[in-house]
Design a protein around this ligand. Structure first.
Ligand code: GUN
Ligand code: FE
Length: 429
């Protein structure tokens, strides 16, 4: 069935430039965008027209680094740094997911809230618990979201109440992958928490799974000075964090290689990111809250490396990825102030990261362009009638001061989505 959406269309033309079509039209055929145009075309007059008035039609957002089990702890423990935050808050919280009823209650709300915030393309960490992870997988599928998710691997340097043996960790991970391969939209991915909590034997075992099942990997990479130093101490035979993943074979799968934070990349990390087409995920809130370092995003982009955005909830405190667009611009100026160089991130740069770049690890999402899926949000124009500089300003304002209440419509694969209706269905899973 064909439908036309009319409104103020904003999508990325490139990293540096927005494509803005005022009062434009999008022709959608069976979930895919067939045409995007400025002036009404008579040849399309037979199709249903949905008029969004002055509202903004944006591509749906991608959140490429988020910890599903940490959803209830956002905004808590934010005066700690990484290791204390993990030990005092995060490990105890994640251990709650041994109870499937707990997982059901939190994950149903989380998936509903991804829909509310317009984050339709996701890469999610879970916990060590098979049942809870399977539940999240089925909920993501029921909601129609595009996602990668996997069981977290930890077999050392973890509390007694929240750790697996190497064998159990590998066994559960293989079972999860084998039982969840084959879905088009929600896919399994290897999820070693980070080098300090994974033994070499575990990493090598995961490397074999990458090769056997072709799955990708998500992890944290050189996320703080303390973490990078600890990883080197634990793996003295390697020169950097990234080399551990490469040498143990974790980058052998065809699936995406998603690296959160990448705050202190060495030349080796840069080579690995390039060679394996890795995507680095900038998480501005988490970086300010618990990590205290800022990804050199502008420099990495100039070197041709791919960068997306992540909420990193609960290290980050807010789920809407549009806010990370604003925060990426904000903290780039802090970086420039303290470290010098020309490292500013513009709103267009960050919008590109949150839409087109993040979407690139999925199938035809992240842009409002012919051939892409119509995964989109309709955002109300928040500028005052008396003060209405431009549509780019309207987008910027939404990123800085808007929230899910300003998102009026949501479409996945061309179909309208009602988060509250989906939530009722999730509770039945
Ligand atoms: N490094 C290891 N675990 C975590 C986590 O849960 N969040 C973040 N941001 N970094 C980590
Ligand atoms: Fe994280």
């Amino acid at each position: 069935m064909k439908q036309i959406h009319k409104g103020n269309i904003i999508t990325s033309r490139s990293y540096d430039e927005l494509e803005i079509i005022e009062d434009g039209y999008i022709l959608v055929n069976d979930g895919l965008i067939e045409d995007v145009f400025r002036d009404y075309k008579q040849e399309y007059r037979g199709y249903e027209l949905i008029d969004h008035g002055k509202d903004l039609i944006l591509p749906a957002f991608s959140d490429l680094h988020m910890h599903a089990p940490q959803y209830p702890q956002r905004g808590i423990g934010m005066d700690r740094l990484l290791f204390d935050w993990l030990n005092d808050y995060t490990f105890p919280q994640e251990s709650n997911y041994k109870d499937p009823a707990y997982a059901r209650s939190i994950y149903a709300r989380l998936v509903r809230d991804f829909l509310r915030h317009g984050s339709f393309h996701l890469s999610l960490f879970t916990t060590l618990h098979y049942e809870a992870c399977d539940l999240l997988f089925r909920m993501l599928r029921e909601a129609g979201l595009y996602a990668y998710t996997g069981l977290v691997n930890m077999d050392r340097n973890s509390p007694d109440y929240y750790v697996d043996s190497t064998e159990d960790s590998l066994h559960k991970t293989e079972k999860f992958i084998a039982e969840h391969l084959g879905d088009e939209k929600v896919r399994p991915i290897l999820t070693p928490r980070f080098a300090p909590t994974c033994s070499k034997k575990l990493m090598e075992g995961l490397g074999s799974l990458a090769e056997r099942y072709g799955v990708g990997v998500q992890t944290h990479l050189v996320e703080s000075r303390a973490e990078a130093a600890w990883a080197k101490e634990l793996y003295p035979e390697f020169s950097s964090d990234g080399e551990i993943y490469e040498a143990c074979g974790l980058l052998k799968g065809k699936g995406p290689k998603i690296f959160a934070h990448v705050i202190f990349p060495t030349e080796t990390e840069e080579r690995i990111l390039r060679e394996y087409d890795g995507i680095s995920v900038h998480c501005p809130d988490a970086t300010s809250n618990i990590i205290a370092g800022i990804m050199p995003a502008a420099v990495m982009h100039d070197k041709g490396l791919k960068i997306a955005l992540g909420s990193d909830v609960g290290g980050g405190h807010f789920l809407g990825i549009y806010r990370q667009i604003a925060r990426a611009a904000q903290i780039s100026k802090m970086k420039q102030f303290y470290e010098g160089g020309n490292v500013q991130i513009t709103l267009s740069n960050a919008f590109y990261m949150a839409t087109a770049a993040g979407g690139s690890i999925f199938d035809r999402v992240g842009k409002l362009e012919k051939g892409y899926r119509f995964n989109a949000v309709v955002v109300e124009d928040m500028l005052e009638e008396e003060y209405h500089p431009s549509l780019a300003d309207a987008l910027e304002r939404f990123c800085y001061i808007g929230d899910e209440r300003n998102i009026k419509e949501r479409y996945i694969d061309g179909k309208p989505v009602d988060p509250e209706e989906v939530y009722q269905r999730l509770l039945q899973i």
